[in-house]
Design a protein around this ligand. Structure first.
Ligand code: AGP
Length: 358
């Protein structure tokens, strides 16, 4: 595999652009194009279908994928909860013999996540690693592993692996759902890589970055599946630009954070799919009334664009997959803000790609 920058200024930008390919690899031979059947192999499917309760453990960006996955699994009727791995170890939640603990970890080497998985194993609970690295500690120590197949990710900021983690979560959810075939969903999954390409080809993220680079802070809001994307948008922004950024559940804004909002703090509103996005438009109006600039990241299913100063569009897809597309736009905005500020994008200060201490 080519580990050079391939003509891009940074690994991060290269990896953002590798997302269509990474997602194709994640789907390959797992989704049957004709029948729509999803096949993750007998062992893994048996493990997943045997789960009455699912606990997800992860850190950072992978935790945002875990939050997304927990919501997805709950929508299939399976009680599921995401935990920050270090907190899971500090205050382990109750479990039963039908609990499955899923560790989401790009590297498979994050100490906090490994600790949480070991805690689960000590209790005799089944564990599954969703990871990018074949042969990593997580993949070796867990009973099962689901590889996201993104190829090497060199930039400290996780980009293509978040998208692939979200797609992998959808494959697990489809197995949980156990409908045998999943025609509509399979075609939405099949189309996702080219829709990511469309976002990459047509994005105006650089213009948005240019307009707001001198802001005092950046806020991100979203609801439902868009909520983890809001958190991820903020993490990416703070990680590579060193600017103050926060992500909130859209409905929480009025419970305190709204006091921070001024004309100097752009609010990125992620508004996709069907999950309550009309209510998020209401939150956007509240923000607009406080004269904060609004950047809507939207698939056009609502009229949020009417209340926005800038719009980052994404193509329409299944509500569950839209967050991947929205997140690509936010990755690009953070990248271009960091580039204009002259940050060390691939190796931000104080951070390591893989955090091997607790
Ligand atoms: C993401 O941009 C960060 N570099 C960081 O939050 C990362 O996702 C976290 O440390 C977890 O890493 P892992 O997925 O390898 O376990």
């Amino acid at each position: 595999e080519d580990t050079g920058k391939g003509g891009y200024d940074h690994y991060m930008l290269k990896e953002i652009h590798e997302q269509p390919q990474a997602l194709r690899q994640c789907l390959q031979e797992r989704v049957d194009e004709l029948s729509g059947a999803i096949d993750l192999g007998d062992d893994l499917q048996q493990t997943v279908r045997g789960a009455e309760f699912i606990q997800l453990v992860a850190c950072g960006t992978s935790y945002h994928a875990a939050l997304y996955a927990a919501q997805l699994f709950r929508s299939q009727g399976v009680p599921a909860q995401a935990f920050v791995a270090s907190e899971y170890v500090t205050a382990p939640p109750p479990y039963s013999e039908d609990t499955l603990v899923i560790g989401i970890t790009q590297s498979g080497e994050t100490a906090d996540t490994l600790s949480a998985l070991r805690e689960a194993q000590r209790r005799g609970v089944e564990t599954l690693a969703v990871t990018n690295v074949v042969g990593s500690t997580a993949s070796r120590e867990c009973a099962d592993a689901l590889y996201i197949r993104s190829g090497p990710e060199i930039g400290v900021a996780a980009t293509k692996t978040f998208s692939a983690q979200v797609v992998a979560a959808n494959l697990v959810a489809a197995v949980l759902e156990d409908r045998g075939t999943h025609h509509d969903f399979a075609s939405a999954l099949r189309d996702l890589p080219s829709q990511v390409q469309e976002v990459l080809d047509e994005t105006n993220a650089e213009t948005v970055a240019e307009r707001f680079v001198d802001s005092e802070a950046f806020f991100f809001i979203g609801r439902g599946y868009d909520y983890p994307v809001a958190l991820e948008g903020a993490l990416k922004m703070k990680e590579i630009t060193y600017e103050h950024a926060e992500g909130f559940a859209a409905g929480e804004l009025k419970h305190g954070p709204l006091a921070l909002v001024t004309s100097e703090t752009p609010v990125f509103a992620v508004v996709t799919g069907e999950t309550g996005s009309k209510k998020t438009v209401g939150n956007v109006k509240e923000v607009e009334a406080r004269s904060a600039p609004v950047v809507a990241v939207t698939d056009g299913r609502t009229d949020v664009g009417r209340y926005a100063d800038e719009v980052l569009e994404v193509p329409e897809t299944d509500s569950r997959l839209a967050p991947v597309l929205a997140n690509v736009q936010l990755q690009l905005v953070s990248y271009y803000v960091a580039e204009r500020l002259g940050r060390n994008i691939d190796k931000p200060r104080n951070l390591a790609k893989s955090v091997t201490v607790e």
